[in-house]
Design a binder for this molecule. Sequence first.
Ligand code: SF4
Length: 395
Amino acid sequence: MATYSHSRVSTYENCPYQYKLRYIDKVKVDVPTTIEAFMGDMVHQTLEFLYKNKKFKKRVAKNILIKFYRDLWKKNYSDDILIVKADKENVDAENYRKMGEKFVSDYYDRMKPFEQITILGLETTDRMTLPDGNQWHVRIDKLGCDSKGNYFVCDYKTNSRMKDQEEADEDRQLALYSIWVKDKFKDAKSVKLIWHMLAFNKDAVSERTDKQLEKLQKEVCEKIKEIENAKEFPRNRTALCDYCVYKEICPSFKHEAELEKIEDVKKFKQDEGVKLVDEYSEIKMKLGELKKQDEEFREKLIAYAKQFDVDYIYGSNKKCSVKEFEKIVLPEDKEELIKLMKKKGVYEDFVMLNYMRLNSGVIKGGVDDEIKKLVEIVKDFRLSLSKRRDIGSDE
Ligand code: SF4
């Protein structure tokens, strides 16, 4: 049995290949901390400091808390922290530092005197056992309760997108923690899930019924089973790749990373991969133009044959036959036609095997095993050209 966490399962859901590198191959890379993660960490530590003091009945004044945050930032910040949006959004570390400071300041003003709940735990590191026997990490930023038996699982969020109700009601992470709370604190009458959306100085709140939690646990166990049975770990290129620590060794970006190291334009153009793609893209362009010309010439030849009433047009070495023939055009809505053909018993005579649907059915599942045995599964390649940096649009 293994230990899973929300982040482990999410990694698989976002990119199975990243999951393989991290959890199966255990590939070690020099992981640069992103400024977003760093700022989040500083804010979390600052709020933990606030509530730790509160636990011992010590009130922390706002200026002390802000000073704590500033000192923490200064002590831990280093120049190798990655600012992905530095160029795109023209932002620097100081912008992020100020953002974090505002989050702490706004939260302080909104929540003081911090008497809403009795703190039971901060940055917990517990585990719970899932019905399938696997373990699940329970990491709660702030756990508390009130005198009426209401428990509160709170999470600080520093991202710049507000969590809407639908998202909060579908969130897996905190919902699973509420199972742990209900199990651990038998007096719990309710477990409220709270996301402190610090960038908006607002909370997103949700609560789950026992039935919903049971369904969620089942889904998580099924997902774990899928992960454990997975044989293929496909790559999933999305905008999140910019934050992936394996980007430089990922086959989807490895070549790009190598090219970025080449400063000399001449050397860049001599790279074998660059040459192949440039030439292939030129051929594709020419093919497109030729296809257009083919259409134009077809039209011209038909017009010529009609004008001079001929059905063979002669060139120097070849002749071209232009013959008119009849063909049917199917109605847009084919349902009535299919129904009638089936009624007349002729459908089977004219129907063709739908290769695309059968292919997808066999590969993705959903086709009977006996049928599967009659086809062979082979590996092939699909090539597609797209603009560079057009992440996610070429697959
Ligand atoms: S860079 Fe993207 S595709 Fe490659 S492993 Fe990371 S998340 Fe997956």
